[in-house]
Design a protein. Structure first.
Length: 202
């Protein structure tokens, strides 16, 4: 009997670490370290924060001027999200096109339609009936006109983030296809990018 107990003890001591002993609960699993390993030759493929680097350090930065719908002009250097191109749907060709900012002279946004939309809400205790609240909100539809370096103009649809870098830091602007404002706003309150002029000054 004694030899049997000693033999059992030796077998349990030599048991592989990955197996739990009878009558015991396995220990908690260790979480993977919160580290993302990237191969050195693929580091440029990682998405990066456009605010993390000055425009002067980015070879794709293009100087220019942005004009808002209220007439305000802002000058600086423009970039897109790193490793991204401007995505543009050309209506006439019915084709999706991609551009670097350096390939463009101007990006213009034109209003197709705009209106004040009435606000509706579901009537209490009635799932199939809506009531007008008496309030309105602005909505707008736009088209984008790209002017290429050779003077060619393309009309279509574009929704994109454009970053403006100045001495005060970076600001983000959206090129819209559709806009919807807040209840109580007016159309003139709903600003949009009217023009980004990337042509070098004369």
């Amino acid at each position: 009997m004694r030899h049997g107990v000693l033999l059992l003890g030796m077998l349990m001591a030599l048991a592989p670490v990955g197996f739990a002993r009878a009558g015991t609960k396995p220990g908690p699993k260790k979480d993977k370290p919160d580290i993302e390993y990237v191969e050195p030759d693929r580091q440029d493929d990682r998405p990066a924060n456009p605010f993390g680097k000055k425009a002067a350090d980015r070879p794709d930065a293009v100087p220019g001027t942005l004009t808002l719908s209220n007439g305000r002009e802002l000058t600086g250097s423009f970039t897109l999200t790193r490793n991204k191109k401007l995505r543009f749907y050309h209506r006439e060709r019915k084709k999706l096109l991609f551009f670097e900012l350096a390939e463009l002279e101007t990006i213009a946004c034109r209003v197709i339609a705009e209106r004040m939309e009435p606000e509706w809400r579901w009537k209490e205790n009635a799932n199939d009936e809506k009531v007008y609240t008496g309030r309105h909100y602005p909505v707008r539809e736009l088209e984008t006109v790209l002017r290429l370096l050779d003077g060619t103009e393309l009309v279509g649809d574009c929704t994109a983030l454009v970053y403006l870098h100045t001495e005060n830091g970076a600001s983000r602007f959206i090129i819209h296809k559709r806009q919807k404002g807040e209840v109580g706003q007016k159309l003139e309150d709903l600003l949009y990018v009217k023009l980004i002029d990337l042509r070098p000054p004369i």
